[in-house]
Design a protein around this ligand. Structure first.
Ligand code: CDP
Length: 223
């Protein structure tokens, strides 16, 4: 059998701010193409959850790095198993999302997760969603998308998502939390959220999911 370099496996990188709909769009694009899917935010959420369980503060980079390095996680279809426990829903809570964005500012935590993310690059292709997919993790992605939506629409989408999962949610608290997270993601020194040169900008404020998915597929096919 000839080994195929993973570098030849095409990657579609979808970056953007919190609750912009990246996850849904990325998953649907992956399904349409039969590609693998990486939800890189889940890894930061897992570090947020595992550190909480271990009683470690999100300020303590030196204690967070070993947690990120040793993360005992298995992705089984759409389920996420951490140390044998199904944490699929637990990591979607807002408290964990907030912790995720706090642990994500530490360069050591980010570095510890690079290899795990790049390992998702498997034939026939990968759709990866996050903040630094195009700028750091998959710089050679064939299609780079910067997906945004207004903060109000993002808060509304997150609200519906949380309620659908049976969590309680409050719009004004959510809006403030999204603004705080936007600021943390954009202003951190390590891999801040920003559109790379050559990225396609996709503002989904008044778009349906289908329209957004089709646009990404069109850009990929036209590359
Ligand atoms: O669902 P939401 O868009 O809020 O976040 P997520 O994609 O699940 O990621 C959770 C947090 O991890 C984000 O708020 C980011 O601060 C951080 N993150 C990151 O720094 N880099 C990534 N590639 C993915 C997520």
């Amino acid at each position: 059998m000839t080994a195929i370099s993973t570098q030849s496996v095409p990657v579609i990188a979808i970056d953007g701010p919190t609750a912009s709909g990246k996850g849904t769009v990325a998953q649907r694009v992956a399904d349409a193409l039969g590609f693998h899917y990486l939800d890189s935010g889940a890894l930061y959420r897992l570090v947020g959850l595992a550190s909480l369980q271990a009683g470690i503060s999100t300020d303590s980079e030196q204690n967070l790095v070993p947690i990120a390095e040793k993360l005992n996680v298995i992705f089984q279809g759409d389920r996420v198993i951490l140390a044998g426990e199904d944490v699929t829903d637990a990591i979607r809570q807002e408290t964990i999302g907030k912790r995720a964005s706090e642990v994500a500012i530490h360069p050591g935590v980010r570095a510890a997760l690079v290899g795990r993310q790049q390992a998702f690059r498997q034939a026939p292709g990968l759709v990866a969603d996050g903040r630094d997919m195009a700028s750091v993790i998959f710089k050679d992605a064939v299609t780079k998308i910067f997906l945004t939506a207004s903060v109000e629409v993002r808060a509304e989408r997150r609200y519906k998502q949380l309620i659908a999962k049976g969590f309680s949610a409050n719009m004004s608290v959510l809006l403030q939390d999204l603004r705080d997270r936007d600021a943390r993601d954009a202003n951190r020194s390590s891999s801040p959220l920003k559109a790379v040169e050559g990225a396609h900008h996709l503002d989904t404020t008044s778009m349906t999911i289908d329209e957004a998915v089709n646009q990404v597929l069109d850009w990929y096919k036209a590359r």
